[in-house]
Write a protein that binds this ligand. Sequence first.
Ligand code: NAD
Length: 504
Amino acid sequence: MSVPNTPYQNARLLIDGEWIESQTTEWHDIVNPATQQVLAKVPFATASEVNAAIAAAQRAFQTWKLTPIGARMRIMLKLQALIREHSKRIATVLSAEQGKTIADAEGDIFRGLEVVEHACSIGTLQMGEFAENVAGGVDTYTLRQPIGVCAGITPFNFPAMIPLWMFPMAIACGNTFVLKPSEQDPLSTLMLVELALEAGVPPGVLNVVHGGKDVVDALCTHADIKAVSFVGSTAVGTHVYDLAGRHGKRVQSMMGAKNHAVVLPDANRQQTLNALVGAGFGAAGQRCMATSVVVLVGAAKQWLPDLKALAQKLKVNACSEAGTDVGPVISKRAKERVLGLIESGIKEGAVLELDGRGINVPGFEQGNFIGPTLFSGVTKDMQIYTQEIFGPVLAVMEVDTLDQAIALVNANPFGNGTGLFTQSGAAARKFQTEIDVGQVGINIPIPVPVPFFSFTGSRGSKLGDLGPYGKQVVQFYTQTKTVTSRWFDDDSVNDGVNTTINLR
Ligand code: NAD
C-alpha cells in the first residue's frame, strides 16, 4: 500500500526480528496535524499477527533470560549512542506526525534517552540482596529474575519518551517485549525500535504490533503476557488495568491528570509567570504533566493581567516554522473536544480572559490549531476543572491561603503532578508534606523525575503500585526469588530429626 508524495513508509509490524507488511484490511492514516497531509498508513494487526508477535517473544525469552547481564547492558550502551546520533532525524519525523516543535521533539527523545542511559546500569540495578548466617550456617539471598513476555501500550503525546520508558528497561532486565505504539504517531517510535535492532537486540526480544482496542485487549488477555505497562487516558488505562489484572498480569497504568500550580505572592514574579505559561501552553497543553490549573493565593491574584499578557505573546504556528511556541493539537477530533470544553466553560460562567478559538494560521488553514486560552473565575464544579482538557487551556482559580490551596489540590481526584511557587522554605516544606500528589515541583513547573528516580504519579492518575523507569520499574519487570540455603561440610554431625519450625 503506497502513499504518494510522502517520504514516509507505511508502518510495519516487527515480528521475530522481521519487519512485516500486515495482512489486515484495516488501515488508519497518520496525519500531519498542521497540514492534514497523510504521511503514511498504519495497519491494525490481525489476531494471528498479534499471536505471532507474542509467540516470537515467548520463544526468544528462553534464551534472552539466560543472556549475561553484561551483554544486555552493552546493547543498551550501543542503543543510547545510536539514539544520540539519530536524534535530529527522529525529531523531524516526530514533529511532523505529532505536531510539537522540533526543539520539543528533541526534548521528547532526550527524556527517553535518559532512561536508556540508566538501563546501562542494569548490572547494579538488578542486583539482589544477601544476608549471611541468618541462622546457624544458613544464608538468605534474593534473585531478581525476568518475568517473561511484557507488553507496552503507549499514547500519542510522547512517541519517543514513553516507549523508551518501557522496552529498554524491560529488555535490560532479561524480559522480551511486545510494543503497541499509538496509532496516531507510530513512525518515530518505529525509528527507535529500528535502532534497538541495530544495537543488537536479538530477533523476537522486541516486537511491535499496531492497532486499537482489539489488539490492546488481546495483549491484556493472552496467557503468555506476564506484565502490561500502559500510559494514556484514564478511561482506557482503567480498562487495561482491570482486564489485564483479571487475567493475572502485573499492570501499571499511568493515566490522565489535572496539574495545579499554586502561586504564593512572595514567588519570583517573572520566573513564575514564565514557568506557568511555558508549562500551560507548551506542546499545546498535551503533556500529562502540563500545568492546567493555576491557583493564585492571596495578593498573587493581581498577577492575572500579566499572565494573560504573556500568554497572548505566544506564537501559534506549524512546528515546521521558526519561532513557533504552540503547535496544533493532534487531531481534528481532539480539537473538537477541546473547543467543546471551552464552550462549556463559557456556559458554566467562567470568565474567558483569552480566547484561542477561531485562530487563523496563514498557510496552515487546515491545521488543528487552538490559541492559548485562559479562564479566570473557575470553580470546582465546572467541566473545565473536573475534566482533563489536554489542550492549550489554562484555568485560573483564586484562594486566600496556602491551606486552602492545599485542600483544593487534595480534593481533586487526579494526582499526577503539582507545583508550588514561593521563596519561602517553610511554605515549600509544608506543601511537600501535606500535598497528596505523587510528583511535586518547588519552583519547577513540570516536575518529571529523572530516571534514577521513578515516575510517581498517584491517586486517580495511576493504577498499580510501581511506576515507570528507575528502581520501581526494575521491581515491576522482575520477580524476586528468595533463596535460603545451608551447605554441610560433611555428614558427621547428626542433629536428628527436628519437627519444630526454627531453622537453627
Ligand atoms: P488513549 O488512552 O486514547 O490511548 C493510549 C493507548 O491506548 C493507545 O495506544 C491507543 O491505541 C490505545 N487505546 C485507545 N482506545 C482504546 C480502547 N478503547 N481500548 C484499548 N486501547 C485503546 O490516550 P492518548 O490520547 O493517546 O494520550 C493522552 C492521554 O495520555 C492523556 O489522558 C494523558 O494525560 C495521558 N498520559 C499520561 C501520562 C502519565 O504518565 N500519567 C503520560 C502521557 C500521557
